[in-house]
Write a protein that binds this ligand. Sequence first.
Ligand code: NDP
Length: 388
Amino acid sequence: MNELPQKRIAIFGSTGSIGSQALEVIEAHPGKFSVEVLTANSNEELLIKQALKHNPNIVVITDETKTGKVKEALATTSIKVFAGENALQEVASMDVYDLMLAAIVGYAGLKPTLNAINAGKAIALANKETLVVAGEIVMQAAIVKRVPILPVDSEHSAIFQCLMGEMRNPIEKIILTASGGPFLGRKTNYLVNVKREHALQHPNWNMGAKISVDSATLMNKGLEMIEAKWLFNLKPEQIQVLIHPQSIIHSMVQFEDGSIKAQMGLPDMKLPIQYALAFPERLPNKFPRCDFRKYNNLTFDEPDYRTFQNLSLAIEALKKGGNLPCILNAANEIAVYAFLKNRLGFLEMTDVIEKTMQKISFIEKPSLDDYYQSDGEARQYAADLVQL
Ligand code: NDP
């Protein structure tokens, strides 16, 4: 018998890589969780399939042209169907769940997540762009509302786990590990010819298209540095990136006595997803275990900042702060979109981001409206550059 009541989960972005894996985790622990909200952008077929299987209270489809199909498919059930972008925010504010898994990709995840925080809901945060764009405002809202932000990103989950029991001990620095992506060791003469299909082949992780491209350019690691700054209240110089191609050490924390704690395991996103959903409990599972006899060569190296300049741009944004990370993020989303459509070369993504960062006005202490405006301006400027 379960002593704790079922945790009511809302999965925003349920049809994605993180969302689908979260549903697998929930399914593997009957009685622990109930699925209350599922959302998709345009993949109505998978949303319908998930809804019929998990019987949520509400589904949201952002693409309104798909509403009829979803309603028809769920007509014989009691599942309520909402549609449109505003519905995401509306449902996020409803008192029908306990924890939101924020697994929408990109800037689109910001407003629903903020609404959930303001409604006092716990957040399991996969959508790193939310903190990249408006980290200060999001974390401040979480403090005011006493809402926990539980990281899902494997590196941040690792740091979060290392910090358990260390409340009073300041962090000297964190070491964010990076696999290096599919182009580790490659130089610009190779990268210039890289196409969509190459960039989507990640050696260790199977992820959505946008984060796969971000991993290939190392922008992902830059976004994670900014995410870490806000989650753990760090200064830029306390965040170090280390290439660790085996992805066994998911990240480390160094304390003021020089002691370093690491969190390790096989690379499998279901583990940090499960940890965030069940926190503070650790649930048993049957995931494969890490056998160190098979991993007797864990290696570490400095990132190649000269070749992977997106990482350098993200570090610039991290250091300068203000609305620069928001501008970087917006330009990157446009650049990645254009690359995935074969409209922009791999290295050209850096040019678009750099030019946009130079063009859009810098604001040192932006309000939420400033962020929305900077995002819009940066998107427009970057889209003009790539002639979208
Ligand atoms: P996917 O692209 O696989 O899924 C994205 C989800 O968001 C889908 O449900 C998609 O719906 C929905 N979505 C996309 N655009 C919109 C929009 N404009 N409005 C509303 N919903 C939208 O992404 P991932 O699951 O890979 O990543 C999700 C987030 O988690 C990202 O921020 C990523 O950085 C982060 N993350 C992912 C990891 C991974 O292993 N995948 C690891 C760590 C972090 P539809 O299917 O209908 O398009």
